[in-house]
Write a protein that binds this ligand. Structure first.
Ligand SMILES: CC(C)(COP(=O)(O)OP(=O)(O)OC[C@H]1O[C@@H](n2cnc3c(N)ncnc32)[C@H](O)[C@@H]1OP(=O)(O)O)[C@@H](O)C(=O)NCCC(=O)NCCS
Length: 393
């Protein structure tokens, strides 16, 4: 084979992390990183988050359009009814909760897998589209119930049963704290949940689509996506942002502390993004909400944000690093009454809505994801080592 033919047949080698590579077509959402803009099915996601309820965005994601007022009422009633756990699940939650501390993502993914099994999720090709759509909605409705129940059980408290008369956001807080939330807290958590429903081909959404492409059931999809979300480079950052704020302690300490971190080669939690090369619009709205809540942490957070952005521009020039969604998320969630351990589980509750919309799109026109990898290990075939004595085949 000539060198030219070999080069023509060599597979395209994608950059590490698939940065800048488009791997599918989608109508669900998109992120325009340079413009600091993202949308849900064409609608400005920040506008929707500012003005709507979780059920509006959920309907848009699941059914493709924003609901009319009647559709919203119906959808809210239907999804509230689906908060009920399938038979046999509630009794097993105490055992799962005992295995890890409150807010554990490992416990949540175990419980989610169990609930999906109890719901009867099967490989999507073995059931009707209607069954799959219903399971997608039910898994999304169940996730907050599992997250809240596991948190309470691991904290030595009895789970609080969901209230169908409360909207998604109010019910979520109610199941965690055991008290009906005030309007301020409900408003804050609703903004957070709506802002984080979907965000292009982020790591967990891509994971969900890859898993679904093999034809597996939605429980396997959701469990795998949840595992991806739990990593500190993805959804696991907001609690670590708080750890950072605690370590900094005072505004005067921000500059030396942050400088030392960057100079020692550490990443600053809550900063940087693969796609946004300007301010993250989610962070902007959450900053606004945090200010409205008059949280004690806002003043320190603002100093840390400003100092970090200046230092990152000085020490990492040309990388365009700004605060991402996680930076103010914790401030908002804490002010709304959520403990630190529940930050990432809360993200999982909203993001499963996006995973499911993506998966329904994937399976409507599926081709299994099966890329190549460039092997660069020892030249093959290698000689077997002399010490290796194979047994009988
Ligand atoms: C989000 C994130 C994983 C994106 O990663 P990525 O697109 O692969 O970006 P890279 O890791 O290639 O970063 C590019 C450069 O910016 C630097 N950088 C990126 N984020 C940084 C941060 N938060 N603090 C300090 N430096 C950072 C990297 O060190 C790298 O520098 P180099 O060119 O000297 O090697 C990354 O910015 C990060 O780890 N952020 C902190 C965790 C976080 O907040 N996650 C939540 C995301 S919503």
């Amino acid at each position: 084979m000539s060198a030219e033919t070999a080069a023509a047949s060599a597979p395209y080698e994608a950059p590490p992390g698939l940065a800048g590579v488009s791997v599918a077509r989608t109508k669900v959402s998109d992120v325009l990183g340079r413009q600091g803009f993202y949308h849900y099915r064409g609608y400005n996601a920040v506008d929707i988050a500012r003005r709507g309820r979780v059920e509006d965005a959920w309907h848009l994601m699941l059914h493709g359009e924003l609901p009319t007022p009647e559709q919203r009422d119906q959808f809210a009633a239907q999804t509230a009814a689906w908060r009920e756990l399938p038979d046999g699940v509630a009794g097993l939650l105490p055992a799962i909760a005992r295995l890890s501390p409150p807010g554990s993502l490992a416990s949540l993914r175990t419980a989610l897998s169990l609930a999906a099994q109890a719901l009867g999720c099967r490989p999507w090709g073995d059931q009707t589209r209607e069954e799959t759509v219903e399971q997608a909605a039910r898994l999304s409705a169940i996730m907050p119930v599992l997250a809240a129940a596991l948190f309470r059980l691991a904290s030595g408290l009895e789970p609080v049963q969901p209230r169908p008369d409360l909207g998604y956001a109010a019910n979520y807080l109610y199941m965690i704290t055991g008290e009906e939330p005030d309007e301020r807290s409900r408003y804050a958590i609703e903004r957070y949940l709506m802002l984080t429903i979907d965000h292009g081909f982020n790591n967990s959404t891509f994971t969900a689509r890859v898993i679904a492409s093999s034809g597996t059931d939605l429980g396997g999809v959701a469990t795998g996506a949840l595992a991806a979300l739990s990593g500190p480079l993805h959804g696991g950052a907001p609690a670590r942002v708080f750890d950072m704020l605690d370590a900094i302690g005072t505004p005067e300490n921000a500059e030396p502390w942050l400088r030392h971190q960057i100079e020692s080669g550490h990443v600053l939690m809550g900063f940087g993004h693969r796609i946004y090369k300007t301010i993250d619009p989610r962070s902007q709205l959450l900053h606004e909400v945090a200010r409205e809540l008059h949280s004690d942490r806002v003043a320190l957070s603002e100093v840390v944000e400003k100092t970090a952005v200046e230092l990152l521009a000085e020490l990492k020039p040309g990388r365009d690093l700004y605060a991402n969604v996680e930076f103010y998320a914790g401030v908002v969630l804490e002010a709304a009454g959520l403990p630190r351990e529940m930050f990432t589980p809360s993200f999982a509750c909203s993001r499963i809505i996006g995973w499911m919309a993506n998966v329904l799109e994937q399976i409507a026109d599926n081709r299994i994801f099966r890329p190549l990898a460039h092997y660069d290990g020892p030249a093959a075939p290698r000689e077997l080592p002399g010490y290796w004595q194979p047994g009988q085949p």
